[in-house]
Design a protein around this ligand. Structure first.
Ligand code: GUN
Length: 300
């Protein structure tokens, strides 16, 4: 079998178009523009790239984009003051503090100082608790993107066996909660799981978010299963020339694609969905803040 390739780039463009259309309606009917603020502390090059891309796409869907760039040695007090001012700003509906933060800042304290209603990353402890108890919350962007792709591919996920490989707070745990919410039978596995290949072989849906390049192999995959690869790993690629690298996921793509029913590639799979879902979450936050209807198909 050769798996259907799930095109995350095209899917993300479709989500952004839906967001843009809804934003247009909010402006025309309610004179309302959703606003997203991104706070970047320091100048981590990867974070700079993410933040620039977020800002560009925020404007493209018609939202207000605000960036706060703070020095790497910014004090916790000063960072908390910026977040407080954004919490109190009615033109801002979503706040994202780019992670990782410099070591002298307490990440948990900073994230939990964001108004949970504006926490478009879904990292605030209130949102984690709401998601865990099946209540309306802000949902972390990457797992939300994976859920959207799975719903699109399968229709109903009810009764399917899902194995999430990875137990991070940002992807693995919320992914498992979302799949449970869609009535999957969910296993959270990780790098220490006993007989991991056998556990994965039981899955109709595999979500790989373990952070180890090409760890999940084709002979771990049940024939016809859907494989969602969240990993982004950069490997040396001397065959492409000196100093060259290539991006790979947490799944060994070639062998898995030969067995799976559907698979997301790296790059061009889950990656583009994260920013699309950040924009969807900002729109959702704006609608909730103004007691307007939730955007359909863009929430969990
Ligand atoms: N750094 C890398 N990805 C993310 C993300 O999704 N949210 C935040 N806040 N920081 C990140």
């Amino acid at each position: 079998m050769n798996a259907q390739v799930i095109d995350g780039k095209a899917f993300a463009a479709k989500v952004r178009a839906q967001v843009a259309e809804h934003v247009g309606r909010l402006k025309a009917e309610h004179d309302l523009t959703p606003g997203l603020a991104v706070v970047l502390v320091g100048a981590d090059p990867a974070s700079e790239v993410y933040v620039r891309s977020k800002g560009k796409m925020t404007v493209e869907v018609g939202m207000k984009s605000v960036e706060h760039r703070l020095e790497a040695d910014t004090s916790e007090e000063d960072l908390l003051a910026v977040i407080k001012s954004l919490n109190e700003d009615p033109s801002i509906h979503g706040i994202l503090v780019q992670l990782p933060l410099p070591k002298h800042l307490n990440e948990d304290l900073v994230i939990n100082s964001i108004d949970p209603a504006k926490d478009v990353d879904g990292f605030h402890i209130s949102n984690v608790g709401l998601l865990g108890t099946g209540q309306k919350s802000m949902v972390p962007c990457t797992p939300l993107g994976c859920l959207m792709m799975l719903r699109d591919h399968h229709g109903s996920l009810s009764g399917l066996n899902a194995v999430v490989v990875g137990r991070s707070n940002i992807v693995g745990k919320p992914m498992a909660q979302l799949l449970l919410g869609d009535s999957c039978t969910v296993t959270i596995a990780h790098s220490r799981t006993k007989d991991l290949p056998d556990v994965v072989r039981g899955a109709d849906i595999v979500v790989a978010a373990v952070g180890r390049p090409e760890m999940v192999l084709g002979d771990w995959i049940k024939p016809g299963a859907t494989v969602i690869d969240v990993g982004i790993n950069r490997l040396d690629a001397p065959e492409k020339g000196e100093g060259k690298t290539r991006l790979v996921g947490d799944v060994h793509y070639e062998s898995a694609a030969a067995v799976a029913g559907a698979i997301t590639p790296v790059p061009g799979g889950v990656g583009p969905m994260t920013i699309a879902c950040l924009l969807a979450n900002t729109l959702t936050a704006c609608c909730r803040a103004n007691e307007l209807g939730e955007p359909e198909g863009l929430t969990a």
